[in-house]
Design a protein around this ligand. Structure first.
Ligand code: KIV
Ligand code: ZN
Length: 388
């Protein structure tokens, strides 16, 4: 199916991401985020779970009718009522998708669904066939796939592909897998399903053990072609695989992964900021790619290296993802080189003697203050310098 190198980015910020405890977005906010995701260039936007509430239904419908470019998907359980409601919400989209799911692990069958494997197999096939009556693009997710019996899972996947699912998703719903194991799991399922070439294999990893991105990348190395992820890694419990980390891993290590994605890199940072401000979920300072510290260098040795040649301590450029501000934070570990450079950026040039004196004052201040700001610097040097 298509070019095997192409990896499809399926963004679930507005569905699984919104399942983050304490997050609730209204229709306007969801529309704004969807517009930004379209500018970023994701392949699929999962806009919500239409049966969950009238507000979610309205948001999915509004996004479907207004956002052009990406496929617009709505999530539903594997029941007719859910599928009807989802189709009603997504049918106005340029490219609509019905995403239906049913658990396949024995734990879920026994305690949650109270159904036998035969009943689940039948229900999954019925749901996909029913969804295909409305929509040519149907995705089936085997919830808790990574803890399911492999033979049974393969049987379900083969049957839903036969019933018309074009995308089959194998989630690590509870974030239990580890990379080598999950990669092997994806490969094993694919080997057991004779008609697997008729569908795109998708992955959806949760971050309970902090492995969601690593697991997704391991899956890509083993044949997965769609990755489900969320901006800033938000989502149920510890969250989903982080969209920006997946993108930048594939980009920065292109020679290793040898995959292609189609994304506007310089919209990454803006997407992160927008999602953070509308959800109220702060991004941790040391978060990879989009955290406040992700491109900052504090130690004097690092700062000196970066000023001489950025590749000494930078593996990607902040400008690529849309960050334009200075990448050196001045604190007690900073050296003369960065200090002098920042003063020059601010428009001040000091003679050797003045510079030395100002540098000592700066170190004294830095011992008392975690971060020395531009205002602090100006206050320090204003009597000792002449402007450039
Ligand atoms: O984590 C999960 O299994 C899900 C499915 C509904 C795709 O979110
Ligand atoms: Zn999930």
């Amino acid at each position: 199916m298509g070019d095997k190198k192409r990896i499809y980015l399926f963004d679930t910020t507005l569905r699984d991401g919104e399942q983050s405890p304490g997050v609730s977005l209204n229709v306007e906010e969801k529309l704004e985020i969807a517009g930004q995701l379209a500018r970023l260039g994701v392949d699929v936007i999962e806009a919500g779970f239409p049966i969950a509430s009238p507000g979610d239904f309205a948001a999915v419908k509004t996004i479907a009718e207004n956002i052009k470019g990406p496929v617009i998907a709505g999530l539903c359980r594997a029941t007719r009522g859910d599928i009807d409601r989802t189709w009603e919400a997504v049918k106005g989209a340029e490219s609509p998708r019905i995403h239906t799911f049913l658990a396949t692990s024995d734990i879920h069958l026994k305690y949650k669904l109270q159904k036998s494997r035969e009943e689940v197999l039948l229900q999954a096939v019925e749901a996909v066939k029913y969804a295909r009556r409305f929509c040519s693009d149907v995705e089936f997710s085997a919830e808790d796939a990574s803890r399911s019996d492999l033979d049974f899972l393969a049987q379900v996947i083969e049957a839903v592909i036969e019933a018309g699912a074009g995308v089959v998703n194998l989630p690590d719903t509870v974030g239990y897998a580890v990379p080598e194991e999950y990669g092997y799991f994806i490969r094993s399922v694919m080997e057991r399903v004779p008609n697997i070439d008729r569908a795109i294999v998708s992955v959806h990893c949760h971050n309970d053990l902090g492995m969601a991105v690593a697991n997704s990348l391991a899956a890509i190395c083993n044949g997965a072609r769609q990755v489900e992820c969320a901006v800033n890694g938000i989502g149920e419990r510890a969250g989903n695989a982080s969209l920006e980390e997946i993108i930048m891993a594939l980009y920065t290590r292109q020679a290793f992964y040898d995959k292609e994605i189609n994304i506007n890199y310089n919209e990454i940072y803006r997407s992160s900021r927008l999602v953070s401000s509308l959800t109220g979920m702060e991004v941790q300072a040391n978060k990879a790619i989009v955290g406040k510290n992700a491109f900052l260098h504090e130690s004097g040795i690092h700062q000196d290296g970066v000023l001489k040649e950025r590749s000494t301590y930078e593996i990607m450029s902040p400008e690529l993802i849309g960050i334009s501000s200075s990448n050196l934070v001045l604190g007690k570990h900073s050296g003369r080189h960065a200090f002098k450079e920042r003063l020059e950026e601010l428009g001040y040039r000091l003679g050797d003697e003045e510079l030395e004196k100002a540098f000592l004052d700066f170190k004294e201040l830095a011992d008392k203050k975690k971060e020395v700001t531009n205002d602090d610097l100006e206050a320090l040097v204003k009597d000792k310098v002449w402007a450039i």
